[in-house]
Design a binder for this molecule. Structure first.
Ligand SMILES: O=CC(=O)O
Length: 333
């Protein structure tokens, strides 16, 4: 009697232990226990030979990898929400299904966005570093280490999807007025709940906000959405927070405008040339003008396990010949 071969599932990075254990039970799982990022050649080889590839947000999966003549891949079960690193159109053209891990990282990413919205105007990191990095603390003074109050300020959210709405809910509790720009207005029930004002014109919204939060995906349409021209519309005393993708902002111009005092500061979790961080931004961080984080918006233990569980559910439903719950559809691109 022949034993049915388990499908070959190649996972590109180390995942939480419980997820790897379950994957070993269910599949012929090739795990990356050393967590060394795979090279383009290794990714191409994985795409050619695996039934299922589990890449994550730092792996670029190109059409050339997917179009190898003897490519056996049937499913890309992405461990991540953003899909800008995958050539989804090429996958679909080749009949390869693509899934991602939405929803489970919404609240964690919104928490981190809110942390940056607080940290930048209230000079949180600068103050903490003063005590731990050997700086002199002259003691409390009425005019020292003054930041900017959040309450009553206008927050402009770019991208009012799940994460944008979760940011709005938090920001409202801190007394911020919620404004947003999106491809279309949110349902009236949600707008009422959030007390949110819709701006059809991004330019007009940018010119009036005290804090701007980027919460839209990176797509060809949002690459440099905050272009040099648009960044110049932003008020001198405004702050920008980005926990979405670095490519949405013209980072070089943003850096220059902060250096020249034409934008007050920024809180960044993502970068245009990640993992390379522009040294000028690092200098601005040392000067207390920006807060820089290493792409950790969704980095919680709970979130990573839930992402892994979603990946497993997507693979299993696919292999059972059902539609996986988190399919990326052409209309979503
Ligand atoms: O940035 C993280 C993700 O898109 O999952």
């Amino acid at each position: 009697m022949s034993v049915k071969k388990k499908p070959l599932v190649v996972v590109t990075r180390k995942l939480p232990d419980s997820i790897e254990t379950r994957m070993r039970e269910l599949f012929d799982a090739r795990l990356n226990l050393d967590d060394v990022p795979m090279s383009a050649d290794q990714l191409a080889e994985a795409a050619r030979t695996a039934d299922v590839l589990v890449p994550t947000v730092t792996d670029t999966i190109t059409s050339a990898m997917l179009n190898q003549p003897d490519c056996t891949l049937r499913l890309i079960a992405h461990f991540g929400n953003g899909i800008d690193n995958l050539d989804v159109a090429a996958a679909h053209a080749r009949g390869i299904t693509v899934t991602n891990t939405p929803k489970v990282l919404t609240e964690d990413t919104a928490d981190m966005t809110m942390a940056l919205i607080l940290a930048v105007p209230r000079r949180l990191i600068e103050g903490a570093a003063l005590l731990t990095d050997g700086g002199e603390w002259p003691g409390w003074s009425p005019t020292w280490m003054l930041g900017r109050r959040l309450g009553g300020k206008r927050l402009g959210i770019i991208g009012m999807g799940r994460i944008g709405q979760a940011v709005a809910r938090r920001a409202r509790a801190f007394g911020l007025q919620i404004h947003y720009h999106n491809r279309k207005p949110v349902a009236p029930r949600i707008a009422d709940e959030l007390g949110a004002t819709y701006w059809d014109s991004l330019d007009q919204m940018l010119a009036r906000m005290d804090i701007i939060s980027v919460n839209c995906p990176h797509t060809p349409a949002t690459f440099h959405l905050l272009s040099a021209r648009r960044l110049k519309l932003i008020r001198k005393d405004a702050f920008i927070v980005n926990t979405a993708r670095g490519e949405v902002i013209d980072e070089e111009t943003l850096t220059r405008l902060i250096e020249t005092g034409d934008i007050a500061g920024a809180g960044l979790d993502v970068y245009e040339h990640e993992p390379v961080v522009n040294p000028k931004l690092v200098r601005l961080a040392k000067a207390g003008k920006v807060v820089l984080l290493p792409h950790m918006g969704s980095a919680t233990i709970e979130g990573r396990v839930e992402m892994g569980e979603k990946v497993i559910i997507n693979i299993r439903t696919f292999l059972d010949n059902h539609k996986p719950p988190d399919r990326v559809l052409p209309a979503m691109l």
